[in-house]
Design a protein around this ligand. Structure first.
Ligand code: HEC
Length: 134
């Protein structure tokens, strides 16, 4: 019983002193990192996660800097920026390919999975890809 009381007091002291440290930290970092992201940054983060997920598997054909099966993410973003392309509509199969039309049939296999995605998910993929050249 005495031991329990003793540890009780000890942990109260420790908790109190930790609590103070915690307070200082909180003053420096008022919110968690996720909460400090702007809506745009959150969308980009979602898009990156989706792009690299097994569900979308975009990454298996699109590497960041070099062409593998498909053009690199940066190359695609560059062409879309230069030509003011509408990537959202492309990913919805409502716009023609502008990066490498000769290989379009390879990209076309992805519309089955893209069709199952919400507008928000498609927007996040676009936001992520475009963010790589900012
Ligand atoms: C099987 C390989 C493969 C996968 C997986 C793949 N792509 Fe592609 N993608 C390609 C190829 C090849 C091209 C070049 C043909 C073209 O430009 O349409 C391309 C082109 C593109 C383009 C440029 C289209 C244009 O205007 O020419 C975008 C944007 C794109 N892919 C996004 C994605 C996204 C997002 C995913 C994941 C959902 C994905 N790709 C998955 C092979 C792939």
């Amino acid at each position: 019983m005495k031991k329990i009381l003793f540890f009780g007091i000890l942990s109260t002291i420790t908790l109190t002193s930790c609590g103070k440290k915690e307070e200082k930290k909180e003053a420096l970092y008022p919110e968690s990192v996720a909460e400090t992201l702007s809506p745009e940054e959150q969308l980009i983060a979602e898009g990156k996660q989706l792009f690299e997920s097994n569900k979308a598997a975009c990454f298996s054909c699109h590497q960041m800097d070099k062409k593998v099966i498909g053009p690199s993410v940066k190359e695609i973003a560059k062409v879309y920026k230069e030509q003011n392309g509408d990537m959202f509509n492309f990913l919805r199969k409502k716009a023609e390919p502008i990066v490498d039309p000769s290989q379009y049939n390879v990209m076309e296999t992805n519309f089955a999975i893209l069709k199952t995605m919400s507008d928000e998910e498609i927007k996040s993929l676009e936001a992520y890809m475009m963010s790589t050249i900012k």
